[in-house]
Design a protein around this ligand. Sequence first.
Ligand SMILES: Cc1cc2nc3c(=O)[nH]c(=O)nc-3n(C[C@H](O)[C@H](O)[C@H](O)COP(=O)(O)OP(=O)(O)OC[C@H]3O[C@@H](n4cnc5c(N)ncnc54)[C@H](O)[C@@H]3O)c2cc1C
Length: 394
Amino acid sequence: MQLAWSPEDEAFRAELVAFLDEHVPPEAAGGFDYADAADRSGGELLPDWARAWQATLFDHGWMIPGYPPELGGRNCTPVQTLIYLEEMASRRVLRSFHFPGYAIVAPSLLEFGTEAQREIVPAAIRGDTVWCIGMSEPNAGSDLAGLQTRAEVHDDRFVINGQKVWTSYATIAQKCFCYVRTDPTAPKHRGISTVIVDMDTPGIEIRPLRHLSGVGGFAEVFFTDVEVPRENLVGELNGGWRITQGSLAHERAGLWVDGVARLETTIEGLVDLARRRGVDRDATVRRRMAELYERAASLRALGYKGFASFAQGSSAPEHSFMKMATSELSKECFEAGMQLQGAYGAVVDPDRGEEQGRWALGFLTSFAGTIAGGSAEIQRNIIAQRVLGLPRGT
Ligand SMILES: Cc1cc2nc3c(=O)[nH]c(=O)nc-3n(C[C@H](O)[C@H](O)[C@H](O)COP(=O)(O)OP(=O)(O)OC[C@H]3O[C@@H](n4cnc5c(N)ncnc54)[C@H](O)[C@@H]3O)c2cc1C
């Protein structure tokens, strides 16, 4: 059994480390473990240095290393992608402050887009264009196929009316990757299309919303007779459901790394907190710390097991579990941090709570992880049906 990286992979890591040592801006590194983009940037959704950092990564082939150079990568292997994600996570370096463009829009356009649409992919990955994703609506979140934003189909254009909600980055985005109903008579999964909407089109109104933690970043987006050229259709008319599954598939096997690394940082912080508060000899506290540590370590082992299956060409059911498990454990860790502080534990005020309210803010922010991209309950349904083969619940 080989438990070491190959010399080529070690050389890849060395090149990455040298690049990071030279280029990572101080603001991008060593941030909080509850890293919500706006928390890390003092409330600004997309600071200039973060734009510059993403462009630097792209220009040096380190933005999506598995992609070719013209798409901000260097054609690296899956193992090297894992090394990349590990190295970035262990340094707590964020690649980008706005994931929709590089992580969702780019792979979707590469797979389904027209030639002209594929030409706008490099700008999405480099971060030159800011994108938002218009999926969720007031009555369509987990049940996304129930979306009702309507697009009338004309020969040369679509006319959109309706509302989206929880649209991250809508307040700063230039474009929206928007899911609309183009055939209200078809079964609900079959009447949806995907269109690219320029956010400065007349008829779009954006109303900002705040997260539970107090930071901005979300918005409601209202569409009133918004005209979109026909060539902005992505993929086939009424074929939008297939596109909802689009993401960086080749990175999926390593996406758990960031969640686990963040957990490990949180648990190290908990142990420090227990020491500072003089409760590190308390048997109950020690047992709780050990339990959290052991669960994070098990998740890391499970992530590697899934990655090994993936690298050998098999499916990796472990990865269905990782997002749910890391986000749920994160909530527990921050709650433990609040409890360790006693009465002040729930104080978010940066002048009063320990570490500028890190534990209470982290607890509030941690709920996002159990909702965004499919709630923990929906993940459990998927695991029950697709991994365990159980029948659908009634
Ligand atoms: C940080 C963050 C960023 C987001 N960014 C975006 C974005 O950019 N664009 C976008 O379109 N959306 C975005 N969302 C919205 C997100 O996709 C939805 O919140 C999510 O899909 C859940 O939908 P919902 O809020 O409508 O809740 P609902 O679907 O109404 O669910 C409410 C509750 O019921 C549970 N539930 C629902 N159905 C079932 C079921 N079948 N079985 C068991 N339990 C069930 C859910 O788990 C949840 O607890 C974001 C959300 C968050 C938290």
